[in-house]
Every structure is written in C-alpha cells, then in structure tokens.
Ligand binder design. Structure first.
Ligand code: MG
Length: 221
C-alpha cells in the first residue's frame, strides 16, 4: 500500500499534526450538511424556496468565514434558529473516513511520533464525529481551536499551540485541506505543511498551488 514516492522525508519529521475534516474524515458529510441539509431545513422553517434559503445562508457563511464563529455550532444554531447538534447527530451515519486515513494514523503511531489532530471543528461536532468514527482512539490528543481561543488560520492559534505543547515547528508535519491554514502554519514556521487535494470523496481532486500536496493522507507513507 505504500506510495512509490512519498513527497516528504520522514527522517525530518518528529511531530505530526493532522486536520480532521477533509483530511482524515470525508468532507462529503460537511458539504452535504452545510450546503444541502441546513438550507433545506431553513427553507422549510421559513417558508422559503430551497434556492433562496441556500443563497441567504451562503451569504451569512461568507460574512464570518475564517473566524471561530464560522465553525461554531452554537453560533449557527442561534443565527438560523435550528438545532444543529441534533441535526448532525441524526445524520451521523453519513460521517466516515477518507480512504486510507486509518492506515495512515496507525502507521504514524507505530513510528512512535507524537500524533495530534488539530481542528477548528466545534467541540460538539468533535464529540459527534469521535463517537461515530472512533477517530480519537487513533491519536494522542485532539486539539480544538475553540479551546485555544483562535482559529488555525490565525497566528494566535499557533502561538497558543506551542505554549500548550512544546514542539519544534521545523520538524513538524501538518497535513491539512485548508490552504489558508497551511499559509498561517508556514508563516509560523511549520517546516512541512502538506495539502490534501481531495477532501471530499465525491469531488475530483483540486489543483493545489503553493504547497506540496497529496490526494489523500495515505499517499504520505
Ligand atoms: Mg479541514
């Protein structure tokens, strides 16, 4: 199963940080949830056509993109007057791993390197996803941006992470599907930022500019 040419040298890596949604877990769920299910429920509740609801919600999403509010279930539950935790829970059977993700996690763990998930996902989202997939059992820790008080797109997150757990940024791998997060990590000094080109298994791989990329995490081993 190992790739012929993994795009990094593992002897230069001491610490592994890995994003959750779109890197380990299939973003197909989140895309369905936020782009289809939430607008459909919002339309129902407010007597709108689906397209109108989708347009309104998209413009609300855009207003807070890249902030913790964007990732905050409580924010959206209040803003849209929908119980999004219950909605997420009732569709949890659709949550799943990207191909090869658990094999990658097991391989890293066997190598003895510290392995942490770093995620912008809201604690309640993490709880639902961990209960459904057991992803927390494959890593040493899940670090939640909401607990550090800043999203991964910001310098403040990386500074707070380093205070919480000392690591050598130059010898750290971050695998991540958000290019904004990868850019912030690189600015902070993370030596090996690598992009995931295919966060949603239902979509074709994206063209990634500016970062080394793999289609999926399994291609790193
Ligand atoms: Mg992600």
């Amino acid at each position: 199963m190992a790739s012929a040419n993994p795009p990094l040298r593992w002897d230069e890596i001491d610490t592994v940080l890995v994003d959750m949604d779109g890197t380990l877990l299939d973003l197909a769920f989140d895309n369905f949830f936020w782009r289809e299910l939430v607008p459909a429920r919002y339309a129902e509740r407010n007597g709108l056509a689906f397209d109108a609801a989708q347009r309104e919600i998209t413009s609300r999403y855009e207003r807070v993109a890249g902030t913790l509010a964007w990732y905050c279930l409580e924010h959206w539950s209040a803003e849209l007057e929908l119980d999004l935790v219950a909605l997420k829970r009732s569709h949890r059977h659709l949550i799943g791993y990207l191909p090869g993700a658990t094999g990658f996690l097991s391989w890293v763990r066997r190598s003895g390197r510290p392995l942490r998930i770093v995620t912008n996902a809201h604690p309640q989202t993490i709880a639902v996803k961990a209960a459904q997939t057991g992803v927390h059992e494959h890593v040493d820790e899940i670090v939640c941006a909401h607990e550090l008080g800043a999203p991964k797109e910001s310098a403040a997150f990386w500074t707070a992470l380093q205070r919480k757990m000392p690591f050598d940024p130059r010898r750290t791998l971050l695998v991540e599907d958000s290019l904004a997060v990868l850019a912030a990590a690189r600015t902070f000094g993370i030596g090996h930022p690598i992009a995931v080109a295919r966060p949603d298994s239902r979509q074709p791989p994206r063209e990634i500019a500016g970062f080394v990329s793999v289609e999926r995490v399994a291609d790193l081993i």
